[in-house]
Design a binder for this molecule. Structure first.
Ligand code: ATP
Ligand code: MG
Ligand code: MG
Length: 549
């Protein structure tokens, strides 16, 4: 599995190790903002950061990037930790950017003393108006040339709570004519009288991303700070702060963020879906969050395999959801026991099988796994089969049931359709068949060859369950790229609820999270909504890629 060539970040790391950079030490970090649940894009970043540390004998920190007091919550911190562990990774240190608030403040004071930072009284709009454009230089703020003493006093007053939100900011004094707009005296601190989930009311000034991230990396002596492409223009500022402060030189590297077709990947948008009731919660199995994939029946290894196959790109692209589905399908094919479940039942009566008689038939659990053993099915004269497996007027190559047609009942006998009945609405209500006693699976001496095999359950012995079939949450490939509200592209039939499917009674012992292949119907897992009397199954994925049709 390690036969692929190195990705560009591995190449950088191997060069650094060869050159003795940081004594060959590799230390990465995963820096989530605790303002939502992790999604599959974060999983890509987790697998990359932790995967590199594992490969190069290094370490990965989990650092909560909690510099914005307004949107962050402890609930999110807990869910993030649970999701990373579930993916199979363990961080070296659990850290919080908010732990560095005092240190970051001291860094700011050091820059003020060097004449490299100043307090500005302009409003956000006034600052924006002086910023210039990519082709025109900006203009200096009238407060740019305050003395060091005055700046130190004003910054201390900001910290002490003397000013309301937005009254003042601390800015780096770089160059208002810089070609990189991010270098035009960027903000370092803003005033926000808000309660923070960890520091409470200790602070009313909070550092901006650009004045927190690189310094946090440096404090932790992170060697390779990996982020997504939109941070390329921030890299110059990241390096500038580190140089001016003369602190440990962490380096930033950028890769393409993961975008997945038929979904959205921004926490802000996912939060809207939750808050406006388009889904039942962050873990609704249609969501692209890790908690949703877990509930839907995706395994950690299927997601790690997916992240590996996606690779590490330098250009943004849209990955087919089909690739993720392929990864889980491939795994479940090897691990999931096969069972029979009828989702849309119609009754089948075998007229030459004695009423009240039953027999146990062995069913192999998994033909892909010789050690998986078997379980028993109960056969009787009244079964349920799938409504779509019968046609009143079947076309030529319909190898299932219709008047006069023969089919094999999986693990049981060959039956021939003799007649059928309809109800008052014109729907087929009962199919009458005769069975071939010599055609029993495993000891078939009938000499009859049939092309089709269908699944079934015995009507008197079947249990019932609720089954939830999921489809894409959005009906367009890239909802975030469409014009207008992304929510107008929600697929109205992303959930098909089957209140009463018939399942083998074998399944009644299943526990939440257990996974099965329902023959011919896909892979399913037991949902946490299940209660002792009532199982609920989620379809994880179909057996084949049916989307292309
Ligand atoms: P979102 O836009 O979904 O809110 P974010 O980047 O603001 O994402 P963070 O919590 O800051 O969310 O992300 C933590 C880490 O995960 C960052 O290093 C970020 O670059 C990375 N990350 C986020 N989304 C993706 C993605 N789609 N693909 C790869 N990495 C991602
Ligand atoms: Mg972020
Ligand atoms: Mg974000």
């Amino acid at each position: 599995s390690e036969e692929r060539s190195l990705n560009f970040i591995e190449q950088i790391i191997e060069d650094d190790i060869a050159n003795g950079v940081n004594d060959g030490r590799v230390h990465t970090r995963f820096p989530p903002e605790p303002n939502g649940y992790l999604h599959i894009g974060h999983a890509k970043s987790i697998c990359l950061n932790f995967g590199l540390a594992n490969k190069y004998n290094g370490k990965t920190n989990l650092r909560f990037d909690d510099t914005n007091p307004v949107t962050e919550e402890t609930e999110y911190v807990e869910s993030i930790k649970a999701d990373i562990k579930w993916l199979g990774y363990q961080w070296a240190n659990e850290l919080y950017a908010s732990d560095y608030f005092e240190q970051l403040h001291d860094f700011a004071v050091a820059l003020i003393k060097k004449g490299l930072a100043y307090v500005d009284d302009l409003s956000a709009a006034e600052i924006a108006a002086l910023k210039g454009t990519p082709t025109e230089p900006g203009k200096n703020s009238p407060h740019r040339n305050r003395s060091v003493e005055e700046n130190l006093q004003l910054f201390a007053d900001m910290r002490a709570g003397k000013y309301p939100d937005g009254a003042k900011v601390l800015r780096a004094k770089v160059d208002m004519a810089h070609v990189n707009m991010h270098m035009r005296d960027p903000l370092m601190y803003r005033i926000k009288h808000a309660h923070h989930h960890r520091t409470g009311d200790t602070w009313c000034i909070y550092p901006m991303y650009d004045f927190a991230h690189g310094q946090s990396d440096s404090i932790e002596k992170i060697t390779h700070s990996i982020c997504t492409l939109e941070f390329i223009p921030h890299r110059e500022l990241y390096n500038w702060f580190i140089e001016q402060l003369n602190i440990f030189p962490s380096h930033q590297y950028e890769f393409a963020r993961l975008n997945l077709s038929y979904t959205v990947m921004s926490k802000r948008k996912l939060l809207q879906l939750v808050n406006e009731g388009h889904v039942t919660g962050w873990d609704d199995p249609r969501m692209p969050t890790l908690s949703a994939f877990r509930r839907r029946g995706y395994t950690p290894s299927s997601i790690r395999t997916f992240a590996e196959r996606v690779g590490v790109a330098k250009r943004d692209n849209l990955i087919e959801i089909g690739l993720l589905e392929f990864c889980i399908r491939e795994e479940l094919n090897k691990t999931a026991n096969r069972v029979m479940a009828v989702l849309d039942p119609v009754k089948l009566v075998i007229t030459n099988y004695p009423e009240g008689q039953t027999e146990d038939l062995p069913a192999e659990n998994n033909p892909e796994d010789p050690d998986s053993g078997h379980h028993n099915l109960t056969f009787s004269n009244t079964l349920y089969i799938e409504r779509e497996d019968f046609m009143e007027e079947p076309p030529k190559k319909f190898f299932r049931l219709g008047p006069g047609l023969m089919v094999r009942l999986k693990h049981a006998y060959i039956v021939k359709c003799d007649s059928f009945e309809k109800d008052a609405d014109g729907n087929v209500s009962t199919i009458f068949c005769s069975y071939i006693p010599e055609s029993k699976s495993g000891s078939d001496t009938s000499g009859i060859n049939v092309k089709g095999t269908i699944h079934w359950v015995s009507a008197a012995h079947a249990a019932t369950a609720e089954v939830r079939l999921y489809d894409r949450l959005f009906s367009v490939e890239n909802p975030a790229a469409e014009e207008g509200d992304f929510k107008s592209f929600i697929n109205p039939s992303s959930l098909e609820l089957i209140p009463q499917a018939y399942i083998e009674p074998f399944l009644l012992d299943a526990k939440v999270g257990d996974q099965f292949q329902f023959l011919r119907k896909g892979y399913f897992c037991v949902d946490p909504d299940s209660t002792p009397g009532k199982l609920v199954f989620n379809r994880t994925v179909t057996l084949k890629d049916t989307w292309a049709k």
